[in-house]
Design a protein around this ligand. Structure first.
Ligand code: T3D
Length: 267
């Protein structure tokens, strides 16, 4: 029987994906990548899912690549060829980072413990990151002779600016969740015991909102970084044109005018 490396749980319109290799701090094997990709694809096509939460089982969120995975673990036999880590990145981390950024609903990371290497950047690639006070973020790559991946080189400077991005990436120091919140790397740091209730309440709130507009907000902001102001304004007009014709805007505006609670359904 296949081991469940990504647990899937639904509560109303919120789907929670739990990375489930707690014995290795939920570090990624090829199999866990496959299961996560498949779970993300299922959530993307299931119109009942209006908000996605990603978290980890046990005391860690995700410690990045499982360094003992035969796909990449160094072969110390004399004369052995080095493994092609680029191929692993292309096959696993690139599709993962792109999928998360293209999900048609908001994605919230509930960082329950240490998030290291690609595990940190998996969390930081989500739309909102809520971390337990005991959690931490580690750009562990520099310690093993690599650069930040899973989108780290793109995400970090955008989130905290060049100086802090390079500081975090070059030192590989552990950044406690409270400090991550203070520097704007994450949305919120909460007491450990409050993490899942806080995240589920946030996710339920987002799920009741016009999620198509929320997903397009992410797309527009991601694209705007590479645009002039005029190009960004043009893109806003294009997206707003589409959203303005959709159900949720008609519903949201009508509900406002009639002083009633809107019911959004676009996805
Ligand atoms: O080939 C490539 O690498 C390309 C892909 C790159 C993407 C990446 O993510 S590169 C970065 C990979 N990750 C790391 O370098 C982090 C390695 N882990 C750590 O530095 C520490 O485990 C932590 C700082 C995250 C947590 O430390 P601590 O003291 O709380 O826990 P621990 O005792 O080190 O770990 C607990 C167990 O998980 C332990 O197993 P054991 O001894 O109880 O059987 C440890 O070996 C295992 N574990 C943790 N991280 C990994 C891991 N096993 C395999 N791979 C890991 N990444």
């Amino acid at each position: 029987m296949t081991e469940t490396l990504v647990r899937v749980d639904d509560s109303g319109a919120v789907r929670t994906l739990t990375l489930n290799r707690p014995q290795a701090l939920n570090s990624f094997t090829t199999q866990m990548h496959e299961q996560l990709r498949s779970a993300l694809d299922q959530a993307a096509t299931d119109t009942a899912v209006r908000c996605l939460v990603i978290t980890g089982a046990g005391r860690g969120f995700c410690a990045g690549q499982d360094l003992s995975d035969p796909a990449i673990a160094p072969d110390l036999t004399p004369g052995a060829q080095p493994k092609d880590i680029g191929a692993l990145i292309e096959a696993c981390y690139r599709p993962l980072a792109l999928r998360i950024r293209a999900m048609p609903m908001p994605v919230v990371a509930a960082v329950n413990g240490v998030a290291a290497g690609a595990g940190a950047n998996l969390a930081l690639g989500c739309d909102m990151v809520v971390a337990a006070r005991s959690a931490s973020f580690i750009q562990a790559f520099s310690k093993i002779g690599l650069i930040p991946d899973c989108g780290g080189t793109w995400l970090l400077p955008r989130l905290v600016g060049r100086a802090r991005a390079l500081g975090l990436a070059m030192t590989g120091d552990k950044l406690p969740a409270e400090q991550a919140e203070r520097m704007g790397l994450i949305w919120q740091c909460v007491d450990d015991a409050a993490l899942m209730d806080t995240v589920q309440a946030l996710a339920a709130r987002l799920a009741a909102m016009p999620v198509k507009a929320l997903a397009q907000t992410r797309l527009a902001m991601d694209a705007a970084g590479e645009m002039t102001l005029d190009q960004a304004l043009q893109r806003e007009a294009e997206l707003q044109r589409g959203l303005g014709r959709a159900h949720d805007y008609q519903e949201g505006a009508a509900a406002f005018l009639h002083k009633r609670t809107p019911t959004f359904k676009d996805r």
